[in-house]
Design a binder for this molecule. Structure first.
Ligand SMILES: *Cc1c(COP(=O)(O)O)cnc(C)c1O
Length: 371
């Protein structure tokens, strides 16, 4: 029958009346840039995450970049981050002229290993940039403790983790600032690109807002060199319709993950993702690890043959990417845990609303290969 990796058409069918009305409203108002919907979404996200300020922007990549700029990170500075993430995480560091420094990840949960951070700190280190990968929060307490002792800021890449909690607090409120993405496939997705910065730091929020709008202090007066990065009113209106459903969708993702955990528990040679007990993950992706790239390829081929959506997350760790070869003085670190994931970690469909039968179908195909 087949199962998609993600079913965005079903989500649209569920909310069609409300979404269509919201789009029509914006079209009739002809307020396409800025305006009440954008301001309303910023307040709603700030409140949802439990922070004072939210600043919207063009996408998650820009949110990260604007935070780096807002913090004044630039040439000569180092930012400690994880190699097991989407490329945008390191791109933001490079695009402000700073240097990424990678530390390895913890096995099973795939997040930055906080115990390795201190050894990576140098006099040039300015910030730590953890990523709540696949929607599970990084163990933030040890990370913040190290950061405090060394006078560093912690920036969350929360693009995959909207709604996830750590010790009762939501992602986006766990560091000095955080970046969110509303890319359509994210847990809260727009009908195009969108991004948001959250922070309790009013000055940082103001600086980010200014850089996102051409360094403007007053219309046609510029006291900084900025960029143009905006969230469209249409996207804001769409996100405002979807936000009230986010917690329920995340709960459905958790149920789907729990069922896979149960159905896959006795499959030899397949590592299921470890949920840490300090918070609630939101399973942006449910990712399993095969014992080798060959086995992963076999399972994925069988899934594709059966019409089931799957993909490697991620095929190649970031410190191994070719782009670094162009960087002068770049020395590739050895990060065994991240490297052990190359070609071996792949996602199974776990979108909100996936049925038990669909999950059983996926599991049957996996079991037919791994027996
Ligand atoms: C999606 C994503 C981004 C970038 O978001 P865009 O909106 O696509 O620019 C950054 N970091 C992580 C971890 C992501 O998953």
């Amino acid at each position: 029958m087949g199962v998609p990796l993600l079913d965005l058409k079903a989500q649209y069918r569920e909310l069609k009346a409300e979404l269509d009305a919201a789009i029509t409203d914006v079209m009739s108002s002809a307020a396409f840039i800025g305006g009440p919907k954008v301001a309303e979404l910023e307040s709603a996200i700030a409140q949802y995450c439990g922070v004072e300020h939210a600043v919207s922007c063009g996408n998650g990549t820009d949110a990260l970049f604007l935070i780096m700029r807002g913090l004044g990170i630039g040439p000569g500075d180092e930012v400690i981050t994880t190699p097991f993430t989407f490329w945008a995480t390191v791109e933001c560091i490079h695009s402000v002229g700073a240097t990424p420094v990678f530390v390895d990840i913890e096995p099973g949960a795939y997040n930055m290993d906080a115990s390795l951070v201190e050894a990576a700190i140098t006099p040039r280190t300015k910030a730590i940039l953890p990523v709540h990968i696949f929607g599970q929060c990084v163990d933030m307490d040890p990370l913040r403790e190290v950061a405090e002792r060394h006078g560093l800021v912690v920036v969350e890449d929360a693009c995959q983790a909207i709604g996830a909690t750590y010790k009762g607090k939501r992602a986006g409120s766990l560091g000095h600032a955080a970046a969110f993405s509303f890319f359509p496939s994210k847990n809260l997705g727009a009908a195009g690109d969108g991004g948001m910065i959250t922070t309790d730091d009013a000055d940082l929020a103001a600086r980010c807002r200014k850089i996102a709008s051409h360094g403007t202090s007053k219309k046609y007066f510029h006291d900084a060199f900025g960029v143009n990065s905006r969230l469209d009113a249409l996207q804001a209106a769409i996100l405002l319709v979807k936000l009230p459903h986010l917690d329920r969708w995340n709960e459905l993702r958790r149920s789907a993950a729990a069922l896979y955990d149960e159905l896959l528990a006795d499959v030899p040679d397949l590592e299921i993702p470890q949920a840490r007990d300090y918070g609630q993950p939101v399973y942006h992706l449910y990712v399993v690890k095969a014992p080798s790239a060959d086995v992963a390829e076999k399972v994925m081929a069988a899934l594709k043959e059966a019409g089931i959506g799957t993909a490697l997350y991620y095929p190649l760790a970031l410190h191994e990417q070719a782009a670094f070869d162009q960087l002068q003085g770049w020395v590739r670190p050895t990060l065994p845990v991240a490297e052990s994931c190359d070609g071996r970690t792949f996602a199974l469909p776990a979108f909100p609303g996936i049925t038990r039968e669909q999950q059983q179908e996926v599991v049957d195909v996996v079991k037919a290969v791994l027996g």
